[in-house]
Design a protein around this ligand. Sequence first.
Ligand code: G3P
Length: 217
Amino acid sequence: MKFFVDTAEIDAIKELHALGMVDGVTTNPSLIAKSGRDILEVTKEICDIVDGPVSAEVVALDAETMLAEGRKLAKIADNIAVKVPLTWAGLQTCKALTDEGTMVNVTLCFSANQALLAAKAGATFISPFIGRLDDINLDGLELIEDIRTIYDNYGYDTQILAASIRSANHMSECAKIGADVATAPPGVIKAMANHVLTDKGLAGFMADVEKAGIKIL
Ligand code: G3P
């Protein structure tokens, strides 16, 4: 499973990138607003760090303006994936940009039917939002499973980019299901390293190091 980092914070991207943990980056208008940076400027900076796909989201609601915005975003770098919402206008924009050879990430997906439409429109990525479904007492991981089944049934090339990931558990569950990509905030990716038995085991080893005076350097 590829790891994308869901942030527009440059330092966090650099830290994870240095460890080989970043196969791509996703941003959205809320993350850009949080960064306090100009969208074109910060997106360019991210593209200079990361070789993999960098998702930058349009802000218009009509297809014509979305397409113009998407074309402008696509000019930032070769690894831009233009992110469009899963609306009818977004699907029209997806088809047009895909036909021009631009990668497209269709976002705000909450149903298998929406994912099916995105695949038909040629999306490079579909972004089903796990956490936001869980928030309203639905099952986000079940949606990932359903989309995996549908895409595999018909051999769609669209990659499942599990989004709105809120916990380390979401990451391993997505990997078990076979999501192509999972995008998560830096804190969630780092939390994957945590285990209470690792901490307990290390504390025991350190006590013995102290007792026996073990030194390596
Ligand atoms: O980029 C979309 C996404 O991952 C949103 O996550 O936590 O705001 O639902 P969240």
